[in-house]
Design a protein around this ligand. Structure first.
Ligand SMILES: [Fe+2]
Ligand SMILES: [Fe+2]
Length: 247
């Protein structure tokens, strides 16, 4: 029984004008590459966490084929929420879980047990600019209004994550894996409320996605930071091979 993660499938079976091919070779037939890799690596006893940005469909009726694809993948599938998942009203996660009972699990602002671990997830948020650069490409300033807006969204997501940890702790869990769709820090930060919360709860690992395209792979923390392992699992970064999180 192993735990795997990957994010940013950006499926578009019913909205073909959203195909990701223009973002480079890595996206060419990425759906087929991913299925093949999953069949080689993931068994039906394993769990696969899909870390947001599942589909370009804006409403459920535009996502049906994408969900069929996801349901056809091996293993138990847990979906967390990304910024492009318009089908997913954050207040109606229970409804999604009822609709897909026995097929898919949706996790946002809550936890799911995995052995003696609690898998804790929320979408997260971080300020991504606009930034103003000097002639050498260094950030010298940023849009204050957008930064203030982002701060509010960070606060909301932080509260959701606190709630998720509190529920898991109340249920007796002491070991955690934390999933965010957004990176835990932006290019200006060394740490954030999310990294501090991860430290407070002594999580083993922080998994995030969202950073795709080569220019974004180093936006946030990767590897060991204050004793916690951070992993970027966006699909193109992983070349569509799910990342092993726990053996
Ligand atoms: Fe994405
Ligand atoms: Fe995203």
């Amino acid at each position: 029984m192993s735990l795997y993660a990957i994010g940013d499938l950006h499926l578009s079976y019913q909205v073909p004008n959203k195909k990701m091919d223009k973002f480079g070779k890595v996206w060419h037939d990425h759906e087929e590459k991913f299925v093949e890799n999953c069949r080689k690596m993931v068994s039906d006893e394993d769990t696969l966490v899909l870390v947001g940005d599942h589909t370009w469909g804006r409403k459920m009726s535009e996502c049906e084929e994408d969900f069929k694809y996801i349901m056809s993948l091996p293993g138990k599938k847990i979906l967390t929420r990304g910024n492009h998942d318009m089908f997913w009203d954050s207040h109606k996660t229970d409804k999604l879980n009822e609709q897909f009972a026995g097929k898919l699990q949706f996790l946002q602002g809550n936890y799911i047990p995995y052995g003696d671990y609690a898998l804790v997830a929320t979408k997260g948020y971080t300020f991504e600019g606009p930034f103003y650069l000097d002639s050498r490409g260094r950030i010298i300033d940023w849009d204050e209004k957008e930064a203030a807006k982002a701060e509010k969204l960070v606060e909301r997501e932080y509260k959701r994550l606190v709630e998720a940890f509190e529920k898991a702790a109340e249920a007796g869990y002491k070991k955690y894996i934390m999933f965010l769709h957004y990176p835990p820090t932006n290019v200006l930060q060394k740490e954030s409320c999310f990294t501090r919360l991860a430290e407070q709860y002594k999580v083993d690992q922080v998994i995030y996605a969202h950073c795709h395209g080569e220019a974004r792979y180093d936006d946030s923390i990767k590897g060991d930071f204050h004793g916690i392992k951070y992993s970027l699992v966006s699909g193109d970064y992983l070349k569509w091979k799910p990342q092993l999180i726990i053996q």
